[in-house]
Ligand binder design. Structure first.
Ligand code: WTA
Length: 661
């Protein structure tokens, strides 16, 4: 941080405005609430709910959630620790499935599952069936000795059993830790070790681009040095032979076959941990973000209902993988708590061709669609003939998440998915925040590339380094001035890092100010634009990866002495990974070695972290304390001004960094 000024200015201002249709506004969920409360303008409503945020969340908690026992206090805020709904008892699994299965939604479809192989049929799972499946697995986990508070790692592809496994853990009070199946065994290993998981749930394999690929061998490798792991539960998905350890491994179908389909949801304290999700930060060690039951009952459902205006008849498709926070909040907990019908698609967007997603929208009459800019840019590149071939008239609202969406892609999305008329909810948020924080509502006039305003119940601002709100057009740090129910509670077993990374920046001036780690700016009308991360975190195709993690993967190769990793801007993926590598003495530079190093990173971390290019250098610029100056490496490599180099121990290293454009 100290090396980098928090303020930057913006040169281009977006002037196009896209107002919502009268019909959308008048029929929107948020407008119904506004009418009930007597608000006449969006501005007035956003201002009131921000100011009265505690009262607002109390009201939302009553509207969206069934509580076993009420709270004694809405909020106990001892910065940097918030407790919401203090003393209340609840369970997100009860709200997500139990109450629907015994009520009017019993026969409503909860999940529509589209397998990747085109010869496998689409599967529909009702809330009644979902509840039974969750209960059987919950009982199965209990039979394996899993108890309240135990950690269970879930390493699975996008299939319904993944959501079932998450909710089954929640039901019995176990804490799930979902690990994206695109991470390799190394990524899984560090997460299993840190969480000390008792059980890992996985599959034999998964389908990718029409081929069954093995997944379980990664688990075998990852748990080989993890003594906490007592059982590995394996879903038979790909039907392939996998190595088997009879003392430890259990087939999912055999486990659940023996179990009753009834299971009471554990009465959890609102602040009891629901899950840990590891995410990337500034160091090579992923941080275990902790979220709680109470906040997760309220936040995802309320934000989904207001922002995406979910109605009883909607078919909701959030294309995110459950391995990331977007999947947790908006494929699993948010839509299930609302009792919505949600799509799950197993595979690649372009398999067997670029028509696949459009086909899914057409066949299943998807009405609200939420994806990432990288996917939109991929479709842009493939061309508009693909969306034109399909009937997309079921769509009524669109969304975007994960990285800034450039106005060009925004317009293309609106034109080609939305027939030139659908509104796009560009939602800004993070693993840490659990839900959208800055986002349009269906009533908001839009500017392409802007997530517009802080949502009701939040106090988000942009500050300079002295904690002053920045004037329009000037960039600064995006912060939250007040706590909210779905916020992170801590880092698993690392309280110091939690304080340092999110709260230290403004502690002396305004304790309790949450530093998000993004730069942003507001225009004269108050519209936010997100400019990107202030720390060393990459966003590759919307996936969050830390530079340091990739560097340490490279250094784990026997021929590598040191490495500096940067993100290079990319038309489709936002950025791609480029590595500058210093070889150990005696190692020979070669094109083959470059390829080998990229492959090595893929093996250690997984395909998401694959370096697109590797360059050999003799040295990298460093501070006197030995910290690699990635900012300088990046500026030189991209041909930008390198700025002040006085802090460098070895300024001559800058010259040796090649131009990579
Ligand atoms: C970025 C993903 C611009 C941002 C939900 C944030 C965005 C990081 C947007 C969190 C958006 C997310 N516009 N940038 N609409 N949404 N980001 O934890 O840099 O995987 O800090 O959560 O993604 O990534 P994470």
């Amino acid at each position: 941080m100290a090396e980098q000024k928090a303020t930057t200015s913006v040169l281009l201002e977006e002037t196009r405005i896209f107002p919502p249709s009268k019909e959308l506004v008048e029929n929107s969920n948020v407008m119904a609430w506004m009418k009930k409360k007597g608000f006449t303008t969006e501005k007035e409503m956003r201002a009131w709910t921000s100011q009265h945020y505690i009262q607002f969340w109390g009201e939302m908690a009553k509207d969206y959630v069934d509580w076993f026992e009420p709270w004694a206090q809405l909020l106990n805020w001892q910065p940097p620790y918030a407790k919401w709904f203090v003393g209340a008892k609840c369970n997100v699994a009860y709200n997500a499935v139990d109450r629907h299965a015994k009520g009017a939604k019993k026969d409503k479809v909860a999940y529509i599952f589209v397998p990747e192989p085109t010869d496998q049929p689409t599967q529909k799972i009702t809330y009644g069936e979902l509840a039974k499946a969750v209960n059987r697995l919950a009982n199965g986990l209990k039979s394996l000795g899993v108890q309240k508070g135990d950690r269970v790692s879930i390493y699975m592809p996008m299939i319904p059993e993944t959501a079932i496994a998450m909710v089954a853990c929640a039901k019995i009070g176990a804490i799930h830790s979902v690990v994206f199946s695109g991470f390799s065994s190394g990524g899984l290993n560090s997460r299993v070790l840190d969480a000390e998981s008792k059980v890992v749930i996985t599959t034999d394999g998964f389908f990718r681009r029409g081929k069954p690929l093995p997944l379980k061998p990664n688990v075998d490798e990852a748990v080989s040095n993890a003594p906490s792991v007592q059982k590995v539960v394996v879903v038979k998905r790909a039907g392939i032979e996998v190595p088997w350890n009879p003392a430890r491994d259990v087939w999912y179908h055999e486990l659940v076959a023996k179990q009753s389909d009834a299971c009471e949801s554990e009465k959890m304290d609102a602040e009891d941990r629901l899950f840990i999700l590891y995410t990337s930060g500034t160091t090579g060690k992923p941080k275990g973000i902790e979220h709680v039951h109470g906040g997760y009952c309220v936040g995802p459902a309320q934000t989904l209902h207001w922002v995406f205006d979910i109605k009883e008849t909607d078919v909701w498709w959030c294309t995110a993988d459950v391995g990331w926070i977007t999947g947790h909040s908006y494929v699993v907990y948010g839509p299930l708590v609302l009792g919505t019908t949600t799509m799950i698609y197993e595979g690649s967007p372009d398999f067997p061709d670029f028509g696949r997603w459009f086909q899914i929208i057409q066949d299943n009459k998807v009405s609200v669609f939420y994806t990432a800019p990288t996917a939109i840019r991929m479709f842009m590149k493939a061309g508009e003939t693909w969306p034109k071939k399909y009937d997309l008239s079921s769509l009524r609202l669109l969304g975007s998440v994960g990285e800034p969406i450039n106005p060009e892609a925004w317009i293309w999305y609106r034109d080609n998915f939305g027939g030139g008329k659908l509104q796009i909810m560009d939602t800004w948020w993070q693993t840490e925040t659990g839900t959208f924080l800055v986002s349009p509502l269906p009533i908001t006039p839009l500017k392409p590339g802007s997530p517009t305003f802080p949502l009701p119940g939040f106090n988000i601002d942009i500050l300079d380094e002295d904690a002053n709100p920045v004037p329009p057009g000037t960039g600064g740090n995006i912060v939250s001035n007040t706590p909210w129910p779905s916020m992170l509670r801590a880092f698993y077993r690392d309280p110091e890092r939690y304080k340092k990374e999110y709260w230290q920046m403004y502690w002396e001036i305004r304790p309790g100010t949450y530093l998000a780690g993004d730069k942003a700016t507001k225009d004269k009308d108050g519209y936010f634009t997100i400019q990107g991360r202030i720390d060393d975190v990459l966003k590759v195709a919307g996936h969050r990866i830390s530079n340091a993690e990739v560097e340490s993967a490279l250094v784990s190769h026997p021929k590598v002495a040191e490495a500096a990793v940067i993100g290079k801007p990319d038309e489709v993926k936002g950025e791609v990974i480029v590595a500058f590598v210093i070889l150990r003495t005696g190692a020979q530079e070669s094109e083959d070695l470059k390829k080998e190093l990229s492959k090595h990173v893929r093996t250690v971390l997984g395909p998401v972290a694959y370096p697109e290019a590797v360059f050999f250098v003799k040295d990298v610029p460093k501070t006197r304390s030995g910290k690699i100056m990635r900012r300088v490496v990046k500026a030189k490599a991209l041909g930008n001004p390198t700025g002040d180099l006085s802090a460098l121990a070895n300024p001559e290293a800058v010259e040796a960094i090649p131009l990579i454009k």
